[in-house]
Design a protein around this ligand. Structure first.
Ligand code: F6R
Length: 613
């Protein structure tokens, strides 16, 4: 976790860095810091809390300089405190380092460095990088200080292990920043007379949209408007910046009070953008020929959190359309269970960020078995997309809110597109069934446009129930994962207790937690299981629950007879319905959190991408 930003150019770097940190706050926000090279000396300001606290502290000291680094932290080694905040320095105070990831052998290195006389000031793993560079500088020979620094950093990279991305600045090499990427995200922005180093593109997008994506093991030397990339072997490599089409506004709130709300409203467009891939690139998504597709015997889906719920929905799609058995695993579990791997398998990793350590670990295991691997991912250039054989980019734009919304519906949409294309290719789906499934998919964005109009209804409903101390969500079949997702969303942003169950299961235990007034949300579109959901409503109501039925046109009357409130959701086909059904639950989480005064975009204890295991 953590966010890194660096600036080198012709202007004062401080506003660029503070602004970049604000854009990276979703990656961690327990403390932050900056170091600026001011007239040959490094000036460092650090503060516990959000970037706003750092900004206040920086204003007092008002450092100025054209080269600087900044960091926003999500603690892994050492509690959130000023001493543990980045940037970290060596003994001389001339070298500063900002880092994202984990240095696995830091304890051993720390002991070695201490025995060599280095003094440590923090509990972090990061500080060993600064001291190691200092130590290595003593031993490398080169014509210039810039080359010495480069060699010392290269030597350091050989000595540290783990997943890391870091930026280095040395007081003796003004106008130079060094960036290193190894299994943690790091991108470079190339502007006119200025260059940026960051964990993610939105950190500098308002200044340049020309981006260099570093490969694993690569380094970048950043000077004002000029960047040299060195490959794993240290050889300069020719790379052209990619032009990112996300504009500044896309990456910002667009007038909404919170990113979460904006991103819920982004969903019609997000689905449209996800499907653009499906329209133009359908056959090529998997990169397998027909014979290979027909030979597939099973699919393993791997993901975490919300993306896992998208995977659970995807299982129904693949089994229905492609007729292939599917398992869905939490990535953190897949990595440690015995996985039978003798048959031809496609492993699909679903991840918004593409940087989730558990998911990357699990897909690497799948690769070791020789499985064909596909990422369903939103972030261009992310680690997962480099690890997998192929990627289906959801293209739903940056998701800044920690609580995932539009990425989720885009992931389900992608799974559906994939499943019908697979079904067509392996002969499981007739032409007419494919055409019908495809037609519904192409109407989905429009239906989503209607569904987001439910905000007012949901907002009104939350007035009655927001003080409840627990919430229950029930669904069956494809809507069971939506019950899980509704509960997760509410927990994340409102800190209320919420649980999702398969509706048929409540009588086997969970019904005992229902008390008078407990809000129970029933996902009950008019499908083959509607009658069964009606019974579940009655069972809950008989125990005093406040039942809210989420249903589709035509079923309202029956739903009204068993529920305290009915929310009518636009209708699509039964299998796509979850994409729409989750929307009122996203609004529900948002409005309950808002009424409770919670920090919606950055809920406590969470970070947007979980890059540690
Ligand atoms: C929930 C949420 C998390 C993520 C999970 C996986 O709102 O955001 O549960 O879904 O950490 O993240 P990605 O999709 O980036 O792999």
């Amino acid at each position: 976790m953590c966010g890194i930003i660096g600036y080198v150019g012709k202007r004062n770097s401080v506003p660029y860095i503070i602004d970049g940190l604000k854009k990276l706050e979703y990656r961690g926000y327990d403390s932050a810091g900056i170091s600026i090279l001011q007239e040959g000396k490094l000036v460092t300001v650090r503060a516990v809390g959000k970037v706003a606290e750092l900004e206040k502290a920086a204003l007092q000291l008002s450092p100025k300089g054209t080269t600087g680094l900044g960091h926003t932290r999500w603690a892994t080694h050492g509690k959130p405190s000023e001493e543990n905040s980045h940037p970290h320095t060596d003994c001389s105070g001339e070298i500063v380092v900002v880092h994202n990831g984990i240095i696995e052998n830091y304890l051993m290195l720390r002991e070695q460095l201490i025995s060599l006389g280095h003094l440590f000031k923090s509990e972090t793993d990061t500080e060993v990088i600064a001291h190691l560079i200092e130590e290595n500088l003593k031993h490398v020979r080169a014509a210039s200080d810039e080359d010495r620094l480069l060699k010392a950093v290269q030597k350091t990279n050989k000595e540290i292990s783990g997943a890391f991305a870091y930026g280095v600045m040395w007081a003796r090499t003004p106008g130079l920043l060094v960036g290193v990427k190894n299994q943690s995200p790091l991108v470079v922005g190339v502007g006119k007379d200025e260059s940026f180093l960051a964990s993610d593109v939105p950190a500098f997008l308002q200044h340049t949209n020309r981006v260099l994506f570093l490969e694993e093991g690569e380094m970048a030397l950043l000077r004002a408007g000029k960047v040299t990339v060195l490959d794993k072997t240290g050889t300069p490599k020719k790379v052209r910046p990619v032009k990112i089409s996300w504009d500044r506004q896309t990456a910002e709130k667009g007038g909404y009070a919170h990113f979460m709300l904006k991103e819920i409203y982004d969903q019609p467009q997000a689905i449209e953008d996800t499907l653009r891939t499906a329209r133009t690139d359908f056959g090529k998504i998997l990169g397998m020929d027909t014979a290979a597709l027909r030979a597939l015997r099973q699919v393993h889906i791997i993901a975490c959190g919300t993306a896992y719920h998208a995977g659970l929905v995807g299982k129904y799609y693949l089994e229905q359309f492609a007729g292939i058995p599917v398992t869905v695993d939490l990535a953190s579990e897949y990595k440690y269970r015995t996985v039978p791997h003798k048959v031809k398998t496609l492993a699909i990793a679903i991840s918004q960020s593409g940087e989730t350590a558990d998911t990357i670990g699990a897909i690497n295991k799948a690769k070791e078995f020789g499985f064909h691997t596909l990422a369903i991912c939103n972030v261009l250039g992310s680690t997962l997309t480099r690890v997998c054989d192929r990627t289906f980019f959801t293209h739903c734009g940056p998701e800044i809110s920690v609580a995932s919304t539009k990425a989720f519906t885009s992931q389900i949409t992608a799974m559906y597109a994939l499943a019908v294309s697979l079904g067509k290719a392996n002969g499981n789906l007739s032409k007419s069934a494919f055409d019908a499934a495809y037609r519904d998919l192409m109407q989905l964005s429009k239906a989503m446009g209607e569904t987001v109009k439910l905000e007012y209804t949901v907002r009104h409903l939350t007035r009655k129930i927001y003080k409840a101390d627990k919430f229950i969500f029930l669904g069956r079949h494809v809507n069971f994962p939506i019950a899980l997702e509704g509960a997760l969303k509410l927990k994340e942003v409102s800190y209320r207790s919420a649980e999702g169950f398969a509706a048929g299961e409540i009588k086997h235990g969970p019904i005992s937690i229902i008390e008078k007034g407990t809000p129970v949300f029933m996902l009950m579109p008019q499908d083959g299981l509607f009658e069964k959901m009606l019974s579940a409503c009655q069972e809950c109501r008989a125990r005093g629950a406040f039942v809210v039925a989420l249903t589709t046109p035509g079923a309202e009357k029956a739903a009204k007879s068993v529920a305290d409130q009915v929310i009518q959701i636009p209708q699509t086909n039964d299998l796509l319905q979850p994409v729409l059904n989750v929307v009122p639950l996203q609004f529900l989480a948002y409005w309950i959190a808002k009424r409770l005064g919670c920090d919606i975009d950055q809920p406590r204890n969470l970070a947007k991408s979980v890059t540690v295991e």
